[in-house]
Design a protein around this ligand. Sequence first.
Ligand SMILES: *Cc1c(COP(=O)(O)O)cnc(C)c1O
Length: 406
Amino acid sequence: MLKLDFHPAGRHFLQIPGPSPVPDRILRAMSYPTIDHRGPEFGALGLSVLDGIKKIFKTTQPVVIYPASGTGAWEAALTNTLSPGDAVLMYETGHFATLWKKMAESLGLKPEFLGLPGVEGWRRGVQADMIEARLRADTGHAIKAVCVVHNETSTGVTSDIAAVRRAIDAAGHPALFMVDTISGLACADYRHDEWGVDVTVSGSQKGLMLPPGISFNALSQKALEASREAKLPRAFWSWAEIVEMNKDGYWPYTPNTNLLYGLSEALEMILGEGLDNVFARHRRLAAACRAAVTAWGLEIQCVDPAVYSPVLTGVVMPEGVDADAVRKLIYERFDLSLGTGLGKVKGRMFRIGHLGDCNDLALMAALAGCEMGLRLAGVTLRASGVGAAMDYLAQHESAPRLKAVA
Ligand SMILES: *Cc1c(COP(=O)(O)O)cnc(C)c1O
């Protein structure tokens, strides 16, 4: 076994926007012995997690669970529903939207990328009116799907998915609607059925607090019908056989048994806290984090307060300061991991994750690490962000459940 050659005292602070810290409860649940994936106990586990995960997506329709990272579930969404050369309308919110678009190209689709010019589009949410106008112009209905990212993890912007649904309906367009909420699920409100989403893509290592390794496609009847006609090659990702076998809690291949134990535990934790409490906790921590950034006198990457992310905050560095050099210093000095700037914003910003198993003092530790590191890096701070965040948390009560046990 690989032996780590050092053991820093105290805990590591994993404050990147995924993977997020895995609670001990989940790690312990995952250490149960691996069982026969064709045996009776497994069927009960399968049925229970397949049922529980629907509550998180707010759907009554099938949810497919893959033993793969989120990227696999992106591929599954596209290959199950589309045919070679199909036009797909995608929206550029940031790096993850860009990667999904590149994947669509690799698969032989014809994605069209809508968005605001330059870095501007990376500071705001999806502009639903642009989608509506483009769909209205597509009178021949050549566009087969509209794909957007709910929580853009590279920037810290959470787009209004219901508004995109309304835009598609207003245009009277029959395109499928696909949404990536890999980092939004179980952090920000998400309603697969109510918002009329045909395929929702998600993953395990963000709001669900699991290690990386499983991912999801939540489906609609329309998506299942499209999958019967779709011509893109698919084998491992094919929904039909999985959905059929899932009816009894099984998979056509060996599923990720121990991660499903973890999922079962995560569902118990999230549904036990209550989804609305989980969302309120995320919003409150995010607001405290933004109070810190504002007090420092630094800019937040998201410039539209209506779409601030409850999952992470992008912190823009002043001209001439390399965000990655600051991150490196903070990691080396304080054992705190922050998210790097991706794509167009590389070196310009870093990201503070405040998702999943995060509480007031975990956030405060992260902010203290940032503040000390920024000072050491020579960045001039207007005031103490730590102080501002403490004030915000003290003035805004935490979720009722925490008070109930106190
Ligand atoms: C993390 C993430 C992905 C990629 O998921 P992997 O599990 O790394 O394959 C895609 N989209 C978004 C929005 C993400 O946050």
